[in-house]
Design a protein around this ligand. Structure first.
Ligand SMILES: C[S@@+](CC[C@H](N)C(=O)[O-])C[C@H]1O[C@@H](n2cnc3c(N)ncnc32)[C@H](O)[C@@H]1O
Length: 242
């Protein structure tokens, strides 16, 4: 049983894995080595950690989605139904549906996340495993999801995405919000942010990808074309077409 209370600095949970930076050949991830559970298992088994994670994601989505809607909101034009895959407690979905009230917007996430999601009249919540099945929709939205996973898992997830959407000429697309290392403003602060996130995400077995690495997984999953729009210099919106 995991302890319910943490030392005063809750962030110690996230920092402790760096003490294990030298992995031996049997190790999986730094996070798992430090906590004996991977990032998602920890959230499933520890309510406090689950809440911290979901609240942090809502804060990020509240901040970023408004900027995305302002700078490149037209990526959502014409979409009738949207599923926010791995959408947590729906921070992004709520902002999108406020801007596009005619859109049917659904959040798909794991059962322990959906169980604590606040109810909302405009956004529906469904629990499921995105690696098993994604229900059909006009378009899918995945914010800060792919960077959590290695290439093999991403290709599997992308193939499920492709199954869920119609062809491009019928409006099908996947909208990804993540980092594209090396894109955006070529400023020291952008490069430092990318490196910092790369270090963080390595700890949970994820990858911050450069464009050629994104392209490789897109093509391997059978997608035809993509477009990258840089937001704030450090994050990107990727429109991906079947
Ligand atoms: C980094 S969070 C991003 C949350 C949200 N998209 C955002 O940006 O605010 C990743 C999300 O993926 C969800 N997730 C992880 N594995 C999943 C799976 N197999 N099926 C569905 N959701 C999953 C997590 O529960 C978490 O909510």
């Amino acid at each position: 049983m995991l302890p319910r209370t943490y030392t005063p600095a809750q962030s110690v949970v996230g920092l402790r894995p760096y003490g294990f930076l030298i992995l031996d050949e049997h190790s999986t991830s730094l996070f798992k080595k430090a906590h004996s559970l991977n990032f998602w298992e920890m959230a499933e088994q520890d309510d406090t950690y689950n809440q911290i994670l979901n609240n942090a994601m809502v804060s990020d989505s509240n901040f970023l989605t408004d900027i995305i809607l302002r700078e490149c909101g037209d990526v959502f034009l014409g979409i009738n139904s949207l599923i926010d895959v791995g959408g947590g407690h729906g921070g992004a979905a709520r902002a999108i549906v406020n801007a596009f009230p005619q859109m049917k917007c659904t959040v798909l996430d794991l059962p322990h996340v959906i169980a604590e999601a606040p109810s909302d009249v405009h956004v529906s919540f469904i629990s499921g495993d995105m690696f098993k099945y994604i229900p059909p929709a006009n378009a899918l939205f995945l914010k800060w999801v792919f960077h959590d996973w290695g290439d093999e898992d991403c290709v599997k997830l992308l193939k499920n995405c492709k199954e869920a959407i119609p062809p491009r000429d019928a409006g099908g697309k996947v909208i990804i919000v993540d980092m594209v290392v090396g894109s955006g403003l070529n400023e020291i602060v952008t490069r430092e942010t990318h490196v910092l996130y790369d270090l963080f995400i390595m700890c949970v077995e994820g990858i911050e990808r450069e464009e050629f690495e994104w392209k490789r997984i897109f093509m391997e999953a059978g997608f035809g074309d993509y477009k990258i729009i840089s937001v704030l210099g450090v994050r990107s919106v990727i429109e991906l077409y079947p």
